[in-house]
Design a protein around this ligand. Structure first.
Ligand SMILES: Cc1cc2nc3c(=O)[nH]c(=O)nc-3n(C[C@H](O)[C@H](O)[C@H](O)COP(=O)(O)OP(=O)(O)OC[C@H]3O[C@@H](n4cnc5c(N)ncnc54)[C@H](O)[C@@H]3O)c2cc1C
Length: 512
């Protein structure tokens, strides 16, 4: 079941186990059950601290990870290999008594949650965003006896996923009701449960020298450069990490041959935490006002003040804005082929958008789905020739150019898409189960209104030093009007904006 390389790595981790762990396994005679039994036996053969016993659990095949004599509440329904292998290793370590790497404040918050909370997370083994949710919920189960969590592999429990109309992963249920979807940290889950910080937690903060708004590559870089000058630095992010959290392989971050987005996001956070930077994660800025100091008002009502501000709020997926798109989001309308592709195995899907990301998505999906139709508004695809050739060589992909997507239809989930041929004006309909939208990104700058100059695309207008039209306000990365949107470019412009902010503080009358 496990290859020699993985076994060698696993052996090292299992040596870190502190106390005995009991795996209770519920299996039948099907293939997944046999594989699960093999995996569990293999684990037990590698550590004398792992014991296995047969049990009747809610789902078969599944197994739970427990302290002896006490059910911890962690269940894996499906085989946690692929991206979930780390979740399995961490569950074994944490249940054995090894402390999870989580802030003390967060641990206290989890321990203080009252009542019974049973989480069920629906995942796919190829989903990059799922392990974070699975690991967060497992840690919560370890810390609080009132919390339990079952990870459910959608591929192993297809009927359940179909019955619940789950078409995006991770999707989390709490006590039998839909709770949340998408990648989430423990802090985000706690905030959704109503245990996040409120305005009073920000009341006593002194003004900052540099306040960075946005925690992606640009913001992280800006904050580190500012903190290294020894000035008072804060960073607000509604989702620390930014777009790279949704990125699979990254192969153009110079000096690193290949990495994965979530891994790079974790390194960014680790690097920022090396410095004296006030990190305010899960906080959304809603207004900027220039007074003597610059004021940033948060969604929770708190107002933060700073001598300079660096805006690095990045970008988000662009919507096509047709009927059905918002209504069927996560019910057949998807944006992340790596995450949600496996839920469309053997089905018919469309990709809206014929640029590089659209054609890459179509190639990816053609390996899983029954058929993929690409809908491109322009008369020709815009993707690189090599990608177009690859797509054209696939037997189950069709490309429609010069067409306008009109509506995504369905009742409780997507059942089709309608489009018009822009030459003839004729309307057509394709019956399908999923639509992946891949038409680029839009900057996260609406909240700024007229407070800072933006161009017609909504990007913040900056000069060579990253300065905006408002003295003391700088911008960097995908939210600004720089020509190229890449990680390395965002980091560079974050550094530029930060050095410019420092220069501004030194030269202007604002005391450092
Ligand atoms: C699927 C995909 C694949 C990609 N692949 C690559 C690749 O291989 N190589 C490469 O170089 N680039 C790649 N990119 C592009 C790259 O991810 C971006 O250029 C980069 O992340 C931009 O960094 P940023 O810091 O400017 O913005 P983002 O990464 O968008 O970060 C913005 C930050 O601001 C926060 N924020 C937004 N609004 C607010 C608000 N109002 N208040 C508080 N915080 C806010 C967000 O939560 C986030 O923390 C990819 C992008 C995508 C979507």
């Amino acid at each position: 079941m496990l290859d020699a390389n993985i076994k060698a790595q696993l052996a090292q981790y299992l040596e870190m186990m502190e106390k005995e762990v009991q795996l209770k396994i519920s299996v039948g005679s099907d293939k997944v059950s046999q594989d699960m039994q093999e995996l569990v036996d293999e684990l037990a053969s590698m550590s004398s601290l792992i014991k296995v016993e047969k049990a009747e659990l809610e789902r078969t095949p599944s197994f739970s990870v427990n302290r002896p004599g006490e059910d911890t509440g962690i269940v894996f329904a499906g085989i946690p290999l692929g991206h979930e292998f780390t979740s399995l290793v961490l569950a074994l370590l944490h249940v054995s008594g090894r402390a999870p790497k989580v802030d003390e404040r967060v641990i206290e918050q989890v321990k203080n949650i009252e009542g019974a909370h049973h989480f069920e997370s629906y995942i796919s083994l190829s989903c990059q965003n799922c392990p974070e949710v699975v690991q967060a919920l497992n840690i919560m189960s370890v810390l609080n006896p009132g919390i339990t969590h079952t990870m459910i592999d959608g591929a192993a429990f297809k009927d359940e996923v179909e019955n619940k109309n789950i078409m995006a992963v991770p999707t989390v249920y709490l006590n039998g009701e839909p709770f949340t979807s998408g990648r989430k940290t423990i802090e985000e889950i706690l905030a959704e449960m109503g245990s996040g910080p409120d305005a009073s937690d920000f009341e006593d903060k002194d003004p900052f020298d540099v306040l960075v708004v946005g925690g992606g590559p640009a913001g992280a870089s800006a904050a580190i450069y500012a903190a290294r000058k020894g000035i008072r630095t804060g960073i607000i992010a509604d989702r620390f990490g930014g777009q790279i959290l949704d990125t699979a392989a990254i192969e153009n971050f110079i000096s690193v041959n290949r990495t994965e987005g979530p891994k790079l996001a974790a390194s960014l956070e680790e690097h920022v935490k090396e410095y004296d930077i006030d990190i305010m994660n899960l906080q959304t800025a809603k207004r900027l006002k220039k007074k003597d100091l610059i004021e940033i008002e948060l969604e929770n009502g708190a107002v933060l003040k700073s001598k300079t501000v660096i805006l690095s709020t990045g970008a988000r997926w662009r919507n096509i804005g047709v009927p059905g798109e918002a209504e069927f989001r996560n019910k057949g309308v998807a944006y992340c082929p790596h995450c949600d592709g496996p839920l469309f195995e053997g089905k018919d899907v469309a990709v809206v958008g014929g640029g590089n990301s659209g054609i890459e998505a179509a190639i990816d999906l053609a390996g899983i789905a029954n058929h993929v139709t690409v809908l491109e508004f322009a008369p020709e695809l815009k993707a690189d020739a090599v990608l177009q050739e690859r797509l054209n060589s696939l037997p189950n992909a069709t490309v429609l150019t010069n067409v306008q997507t009109k509506e995504i239809t369905g009742t409780d989930k997507v059942d089709g898409v309608t489009y018009t041929n822009r030459d003839s004006g004729e309307e057509h309909r394709i019956e399908l189960d999923g639509v992946f939208i891949q038409i680029g990104l839009v900057p996260n700058t609406d909240w700024l209104g007229d407070s800072v100059e933006r161009n017609r695309f909504g990007e913040i207008v900056i000069d060579k030093k990253g300065a905006t039209n408002v003295p003391g306000v700088f911008a960097a990365g995908d939210c600004a009007d720089e020509p190229y949107k890449q990680i390395i470019i965002s980091m560079g412009s974050g550094a530029t904006a930060s050095l410019s902010a420092f220069d501004y503080l030194v030269r202007s009358k604002v005391e450092v």
